[in-house]
Design a protein around this ligand. Structure first.
Ligand SMILES: [Zn+2]
Length: 72
């Protein structure tokens, strides 16, 4: 391997190292959908309960009932 070839290999490795952290970075997921009906939550009309978002009180009740049934 000539000096010129070795230099090229080093540059390629550096380029790969630069790209790697982008892929490794985890994307934080925000809750965007209602837990009851899975519809996207509209900021102004959302219903907040116990750290989670729902469309409205009805969806929250629905989710509570559903989760209670699953625990049985
Ligand atoms: Zn809903």
């Amino acid at each position: 391997m000539s000096a010129e070839e070795a230099k090229q290999v080093v540059q390629e490795k550096a380029a790969q190292a630069k790209e790697a952290p982008k892929q490794a970075k985890p994307t934080a997921e925000k809750q965007a959908n209602c837990l009851a009906c899975n519809k996207p939550i509209i900021k102004l009309r959302r219903y907040y309960r116990d750290g989670k978002f729902y469309c409205n009180k009805r969806c929250w009740r629905k989710h509570i009932t559903k989760s209670k049934e699953e625990k049985k």
